[in-house]
Design a protein around this ligand. Structure first.
Ligand code: SF4
Length: 142
């Protein structure tokens, strides 16, 4: 988000882990979901807007189901959505996804390797599934 209006039911919000490969993976997974896997169900917004209390961003997380993707256990996206009064429907941590990929070399803060993209796509697939399920349940209660 920034200037784009939010059209879709689910907000996917990555942390802003600059300088860490896990932060890059959280952002790339978000773009895979919002641009390729579930563009009709999902949008994203800039976590920094929420952190500074932007009224549109705060209203957005309060009125949409949110899926957060955090690079590490500090869970900055999840915590800031919750602190803004938003509804965290699912909280994902990139580090968790490495449990099935022991020894993987994901790349660095600016570029992912094949290993990094494989894990990032797995995260994106699970987020897209969760978004579809959230959309289905929101439809069911309308
Ligand atoms: S969750 Fe971890 S990687 Fe992401 S912004 Fe916070 S400290 Fe950085």
């Amino acid at each position: 988000m920034g200037n784009e209006p939010i059209k879709n039911a689910v907000l996917v919000i990555p942390c802003s882990g600059i300088g860490k490969v896990h932060g890059l993976m959280s952002r790339e997974a978000t773009y895979l979901v919002t641009d390729e896997l579930a563009p009709a169900q999902t949008d994203t917004l800039c976590l920094a807007l929420l952190v500074k209390g932007d009224s549109e961003a705060v209203a957005a997380v309060r009125s949409h189901a949110c899926i957060t993707i955090d690079g590490c256990v500090k869970a900055c996206a999840e915590k800031n959505v919750a602190m803004a009064g938003g509804r965290v429907a699912k909280a994902i941590q990139v580090a968790e996804a490495f449990k099935n990929h022991r020894g993987a070399k994901p790349g660095n803060a600016t570029a992912l390797t094949d290993d990094g993209w494989t894990i990032t796509r797995e995260i994106a697939d699970s987020v897209a599934c969760e978004a579809a399920s959230l959309c289905a349940s929101e439809e069911a209660i309308r």
